[in-house]
Write a protein that binds this ligand. Structure first.
Ligand code: TXA
Ligand code: MG
Length: 357
């Protein structure tokens, strides 16, 4: 924010946990702001979201402006009840219903052809719409209080690590949004799994993973059989190559510091750091690495604890920025289960700079 801009954020609305009754006043206030066309940062189980009326192009326009987000990068629409889904889409294939039954409410976003109800401003000009029913009771209560589906991208400034606490939202968005819900830390820590169920070439539904998350590829395959992993999940798309998900094109999740992803075992990681370290550099590593790493280091969980890594990674990237880190070496996570989601975020934070130790 420049010094001449007046902050417009009027309040943080304090919440006390998952107690909807105790927090009714704050939730209702958020609902009023949203019904009036405003935008509010809200907790979800994955990351904090910046919510606005998904069916109102003026409200979603404010979301893009507050985040500094390119207008061709579509927003996820959040619903509270299954009945809110059919009006948003042109068809609901059986695969979609199977997944919703198994994983909703929860961290899974499903992309389908959109209906006329969804403005182009929300879908970034695409003819599809991404929908998810969050698990988070506060998020769902806010949707109910607003009385409408809510578009909500992650509540960070475009490009920076996603917010997993309300303080991160204040750091990024104070003065740019109408209110911030001062609520619990996010228990998942990385954004939802994004799966397209569109028909390719007008034929059969072809499930395609666009962003891995806490609903894992393995779980999706158990329900659907074949699921294609989009090339953009792990690889850098060439200039001019078409991205199935516009978000893949943009620099993402990146702290100010340079990030290097170092793959290999404990000895390899230690050796790589010993050969490369300079002042102002830090490591993010596994708990088991801590005694061996000769740099200021923060652990993001045990090597096999993908859930802990997901919960910690964005918070640590932000923390190291606060400490003024110039360069961060991250011991690369495993690529199975929720590890794939952590790896996908880190490879982007590192601008695809991966070293094999
Ligand atoms: O967990 C989450 O999904 C969080 C919380 C707040 O719900 N939201 C979130 O939204 O991560 P956002 O906007 O930061 O990420 C949405 C991603 C973007 O990469 C976007 O390009 C992709 O989903 N996406 C959305 N709609 C799409 C569509 N119709 N087709 C392809 N990709 C789409
Ligand atoms: Mg985001």
């Amino acid at each position: 924010m420049t010094e001449t801009e007046e902050p417009q954020t009027k309040e943080t609305l304090l919440l006390r946990g998952y107690d909807l009754a105790a927090d009714a006043a704050a939730i209702n206030q958020a609902g009023r702001i949203l019904r009036g066309g405003g935008i509010v940062a809200i907790p979800t189980e994955t990351v904090y979201g910046l919510a606005g009326n998904a069916l109102d192009p003026d409200a979603t326009g404010k979301i893009y402006a507050a985040k500094g987000r390119p207008s061709d990068n579509p927003l996820i629409v959040h619903i509270d009840r299954l009945e809110e889904w059919p009006p948003l889409v042109r068809e609901l294939p059986e695969e979609a219903l199977l997944l919703a039954r198994k994983f909703w409410p929860g961290p899974l976003t499903i992309i389908l052809p959109k209906s006329g109800l969804v403005p182009d401003a929300t879908s970034g000009g695409l003819d599809t719409v991404a929908v998810r029913m969050p698990w988070d009771p506060i998020a769902r209560a806010v949707i109910r209080a607003a009385g409408m589906p809510l578009a909500a991208p992650s509540a960070n400034r475009s490009g920076s690590p996603s917010p997993t606490t309300w303080r991160h939202c204040v750091d990024d968005l104070w003065g740019r949004v109408d209110a911030i819900l001062q609520s619990h830390d996010c228990r998942v820590g990385v954004e939802s799994t994004v799966l397209s169920l569109c028909r390719e070439g007008g034929g059969a539904v072809r499930p395609r993973l666009l962003r891995p998350g806490a609903v894992t590829l393995e779980q999706l395959r158990e329900v659907l059989g074949e699921v294609v992993v989009d090339r953009g999940v792990l690889e850098h798309l060439e200039n001019g190559e078409k991205a199935h998900s516009p978000g893949m094109k943009y620099r993402h999740y990146a702290p100010a510091a340079e990030v290097v992803l170092v793959a290999g075992d404990r000895e390899g990681f230690r050796g790589y750091i010993r050969d490369h370290e300079r002042p102002g550099e830090y490591a993010i590593c596994f708990e088991e690495d801590l005694p061996m790493v000769e740099l200021p280091a923060f652990a993001y969980g045990k090597r096999g604890d993908h859930a802990a890594q997901a919960r910690e990674i964005f918070r640590l990237l932000r923390e190291l920025d606060r400490l003024g880190a110039k360069k961060i070496y991250v011991h690369a996570p495993e690529k199975d289960g929720v590890g794939l989601a952590v790896y996908n975020r880190l490879v982007r934070a590192a601008a695809f700079h991966i070293e094999q130790a």
